[in-house]
Design a protein around this ligand. Structure first.
Ligand code: ZN
Length: 82
Protein backbone atom coordinates (compact mmCIF):
# COMPACT_ATOMS: atom_id res chain seq x y z
CA UNK A 1 0.00 0.00 0.00
CA UNK A 2 1.20 3.49 -0.74
CA UNK A 3 -0.05 6.80 0.51
CA UNK A 4 0.94 10.16 -0.87
CA UNK A 5 0.62 13.69 0.29
CA UNK A 6 0.33 16.45 -2.26
CA UNK A 7 2.90 19.17 -1.69
CA UNK A 8 3.95 22.26 -3.54
CA UNK A 9 7.68 22.86 -3.36
CA UNK A 10 9.73 25.71 -4.75
CA UNK A 11 13.03 24.57 -6.22
CA UNK A 12 15.85 26.96 -7.06
CA UNK A 13 16.62 26.57 -10.76
CA UNK A 14 18.96 29.50 -11.46
CA UNK A 15 21.26 31.53 -9.21
CA UNK A 16 23.36 34.43 -10.42
CA UNK A 17 25.80 36.64 -8.51
CA UNK A 18 24.32 40.13 -8.60
CA UNK A 19 27.77 41.73 -8.61
CA UNK A 20 29.69 39.90 -11.37
CA UNK A 21 26.93 37.96 -13.12
CA UNK A 22 28.52 34.57 -12.52
CA UNK A 23 26.07 31.68 -12.79
CA UNK A 24 26.31 29.58 -9.64
CA UNK A 25 26.13 25.84 -10.32
CA UNK A 26 23.25 24.05 -8.62
CA UNK A 27 22.50 20.43 -7.88
CA UNK A 28 18.95 19.65 -6.87
CA UNK A 29 18.36 23.33 -6.18
CA UNK A 30 21.35 23.54 -3.82
CA UNK A 31 24.31 25.83 -4.67
CA UNK A 32 27.58 23.93 -5.19
CA UNK A 33 29.65 26.81 -3.82
CA UNK A 34 29.43 29.43 -1.11
CA UNK A 35 26.85 32.14 -1.73
CA UNK A 36 26.06 35.18 0.39
CA UNK A 37 22.28 35.69 0.29
CA UNK A 38 21.18 39.11 1.54
CA UNK A 39 17.52 39.82 2.30
CA UNK A 40 16.82 43.25 3.74
CA UNK A 41 13.40 44.51 4.81
CA UNK A 42 13.49 48.25 5.39
CA UNK A 43 11.56 49.61 8.35
CA UNK A 44 9.82 52.85 9.19
CA UNK A 45 13.07 54.54 10.26
CA UNK A 46 14.32 54.25 6.68
CA UNK A 47 13.52 56.29 3.60
CA UNK A 48 12.92 52.86 2.02
CA UNK A 49 10.17 51.96 4.47
CA UNK A 50 8.13 49.04 3.22
CA UNK A 51 10.66 47.98 0.60
CA UNK A 52 12.55 44.70 0.57
CA UNK A 53 15.89 44.31 -1.18
CA UNK A 54 17.52 40.99 -1.97
CA UNK A 55 20.68 39.97 -3.75
CA UNK A 56 23.19 37.15 -3.91
CA UNK A 57 26.96 37.32 -4.08
CA UNK A 58 29.45 34.65 -5.11
CA UNK A 59 32.27 34.08 -2.63
CA UNK A 60 34.82 36.06 -4.69
CA UNK A 61 32.57 39.12 -4.82
CA UNK A 62 31.79 38.75 -1.13
CA UNK A 63 35.53 38.78 -0.37
CA UNK A 64 36.15 41.76 -2.69
CA UNK A 65 33.27 43.85 -1.30
CA UNK A 66 33.78 43.05 2.37
CA UNK A 67 37.52 43.56 1.89
CA UNK A 68 36.75 47.26 1.29
CA UNK A 69 35.09 47.66 4.71
CA UNK A 70 36.88 50.04 7.09
CA UNK A 71 35.81 47.74 9.91
CA UNK A 72 36.30 44.09 9.03
CA UNK A 73 33.50 41.54 9.04
CA UNK A 74 33.04 39.82 12.39
CA UNK A 75 34.00 36.21 11.76
CA UNK A 76 33.57 33.34 14.18
CA UNK A 77 33.99 29.60 13.79
CA UNK A 78 30.77 27.64 13.73
CA UNK A 79 30.98 24.88 16.27
CA UNK A 80 27.99 23.02 14.93
CA UNK A 81 26.76 22.48 11.38
CA UNK A 82 23.03 22.17 10.96
ZN1 ZN B 1 30.37 37.46 -8.14
Amino acid sequence: MREYKMTETKILTRLICNSCGKVIALRGGIPLEGVCAVRQSWGYESERDGEQDSFDLCEACYDRITGQFKVPVTRTEQSEWL
